[in-house]
Design a protein around this ligand. Structure first.
Ligand SMILES: N[C@@H](CCC(=O)N[C@@H](CS)C(=O)NCC(=O)O)C(=O)O
Length: 266
């Protein structure tokens, strides 16, 4: 029997990064054993048996052999079971407030991913508007519950660990869609929250260059390690390492470079 929980994860996955942030904040990065899964290769049958056929990661196997899925579930499980002060608020009313903010992450994440994957130039503005509407909702929530901030409570906690990896993934929108929060009062509070989240040293697992290069295929409409037509290698391959590849073209609508041009040919 394993002595510590095992997390199966895809490197650079924002959902797994939530767990890494928790461990970094606690100062116990080795409390969990991470096992890397290559999203560009067929899934190991043993892992598929463990997950009963589902492929989404992260998945955690606790020392007793129990299997848990869904990053928010795993995050809360680790928060409550690992040593050290919890990220979550212990006061029930405050925990309810942070849970309301956490509940906004699904639509927010989805809107950003659909935006980067969109291949219809005519639909760009609608995607942008949708994402801005969700940013505005978060702004209003923070103005109501934590007008001074920058965090929801006194420091980086549960809601911040949930949203920060998503804010960082949205670097792909800055790069491929020229997206930026408008310089408008409606976004002042959420901008302050986002900036404070991104500045947290315990959330430095990824950088903008890495996200932009690895997620290039998302910008061409191919998610989760799928291959773009005409290509043999995914932008998520481990080798060549992203740092050795050129920056991809910003224009995602009219170009579809070769593996060679993207520095992906091994
Ligand atoms: N709601 C899930 C989403 C997990 C998810 O979509 N993970 C991606 C990696 S970032 C994945 O495993 N993709 C491969 C697949 O779904 O087969 C969570 O929060 O854990």
């Amino acid at each position: 029997m394993a002595s510590r929980p095992i997390v199966y994860h895809i490197p650079v996955c924002p959902f797994s990064q939530r767990l890494e942030i928790l461990l970094a904040l606690r100062g116990i990065p080795d409390a969990v054993e991470f096992r890397v899964v290559d999203i560009t290769r067929p899934r190991d049958p043993d892992l598929l048996a463990l997950t009963r056929g589902t492929t989404a990661l992260p998945v955690i196997v606790d020392p007793g052999g129990g299997v848990l899925k869904e990053s928010l579930v795993i995050l809360r499980y680790l928060d409550e079971s690992l040593p050290g002060g919890p990220l979550r608020r212990t006061d029930p009313a405050e925990h309810a407030v942070e849970s309301m903010l956490v509940a906004k992450e699904g639509p927010f994440t989805m809107a950003g991913y659909l935006f980067v994957m969109n291949q219809d130039r005519e639909a760009r503005e609608a995607h942008r508007e949708k994402l801005l509407r969700l940013y505005r909702e978060i702004d209003e929530f923070l103005c109501d519950h934590s007008p001074d901030g920058p965090f929801l409570f006194e420091r980086f906690r549960l809601a911040e660990a949930v949203f920060t990896p998503i804010f960082q993934r949205f670097w792909f929108l800055d790069y491929y869609e020229g997206f930026a929060l408008p310089d408008d009062d409606a976004f002042t509070r959420v901008r302050r929250w986002r900036d404070a989240c991104m500045a947290e040293p315990a959330a430095d697992q990824v950088c903008e260059e890495e996200i932009v290069k690895l997620y290039y295929d998302y910008a061409l409409g191919a998610g989760n390690g799928a291959l773009v037509a005409g290509r043999k290698r995914s932008s998520f391959v481990f080798d060549p390492h992203w740092s050795k590849r050129p920056w991809p073209p910003r224009d995602k609508y009219d170009t579809s470079p070769t593996d060679e041009a993207l520095g992906l040919a091994s």
